[in-house]
Design a protein around this ligand. Structure first.
Ligand code: FES
Length: 305
């Protein structure tokens, strides 16, 4: 959907020193900042001879210059602003304009919408300090399905074992897909799938289009043990590029919860266990697909009205 906002970079990945390339599906995007820190996004193709603008450079005035013949574009509008060695009375052909995309920054992510006129979303109110980016050889749809059906395939939380049991079935809440999975402390429970003691819960809230998910791990007393955002974006050739941010809860009573503070609390896997994925039976993801289609259809009707 053109109006979706994709978290295509962590804030620290976008600089004024060098433009970067990111894909949203088949759409290549170039991202950079000007010297004041304002981020910009254009189609990553120079309108002149289609060279990737991400191979160019950011000029002192914040515009991007193609590395091939030096044509220069304004980040906000995509308008061509300079052609080296052009005669002073020559006009720029209006045909040459890089496609601009809408950009918003918040919560430590730079988000891009392919619809340049899309209304800017509310910025997140906090930036989670731990972060990373991985490239996973699994397409976007199946990546999100794996997160719903068995989070252990795509990530690990230090000391936590995900169980097959849902405390609350996947459901729609305010346009998002939400489920709660019962979890245990690894090592503290007899590894039986039939244990009924689930002292911790993983709450997952997912954007139905982008798959960007907020994860909240909490104990029986609703203490927040860890909060994370996982943002998968479809990249080229079936690869999903996943960016994440996380923060441990400040109040983590109990020895097992305290031990989360030693070493990385969250690992987002860069490789998926193919054997485990092959035998994974779709469960929550089946319902998610139905709900997702309903939400998208409803949204399309609202936009058309
Ligand atoms: S291809 Fe970019 S200036 Fe020629």
């Amino acid at each position: 959907m053109a109006e979706a906002w994709w978290a295509i970079a962590r804030s620290e990945e976008v600089t004024a020193a060098k433009p970067i390339n990111v894909d949203i599906g088949e759409q290549p995007v170039v991202l950079w900042r000007d010297q004041q820190g304002v981020p910009y996004a254009l189609e990553d193709r120079c309108p002149h001879r289609r060279a990737p603008l991400s191979l160019g450079c950011v000029l002192g005035n914040g515009m991007i210059q193609c590395g091939y013949h030096g044509w220069t574009y304004d980040g906000e509008t995509g308008h061509l602003k300079d052609i080296p060695n052009l005669k002073s009375d020559a006009k720029f052909p209006s045909l040459y304009r890089a496609i601009p995309f809408a950009v918003a920054e918040g919560g430590g992510f730079v988000r891009v919408c392919l619809d340049a006129k899309a209304p800017t979303p509310e910025p997140a109110n906090q930036t989670l300090p731990l972060s990373g980016t991985v490239n996973v050889a699994l397409d976007h749809e199946h990546y999100i399905a794996a997160l719903f059906d068995d989070p252990a395939l795509v990530l690990a939380i230090r000391g936590v074992r995900f169980t097959p049991y849902l405390l609350a079935e996947l459901a729609e809440q305010e346009g998002r897909l939400v489920l709660e999975r019962s979890c245990q402390w690894a090592g503290l429970h007899w590894p039986s799938p039939f244990s009924s003691d689930f002292p911790i819960t993983l709450h997952i809230s997912t954007d139905p289009v982008t798959g960007e998910s907020d994860l909240l791990l909490r104990d029986d007393d609703f203490n927040s043990l860890m909060h994370a955002t996982v943002a998968p974006v479809p990249a080229a050739r079936g690869v999903t590029q996943v960016r994440w941010r996380a923060k441990l809860g400040d109040n983590r009573p109990g020895m097992a919860a305290k031990l989360m503070g030693f070493g990385a609390p969250l690992t987002v896997h860069s490789a998926i266990n193919g054997e485990a994925l092959r035998v994974l039976k779709p469960s929550a993801s089946i319902h998610a697909a139905t709900l997702r289609n309903e939400i998208i259809a409803r949204s399309a009707e609202t936009n058309a009205a």
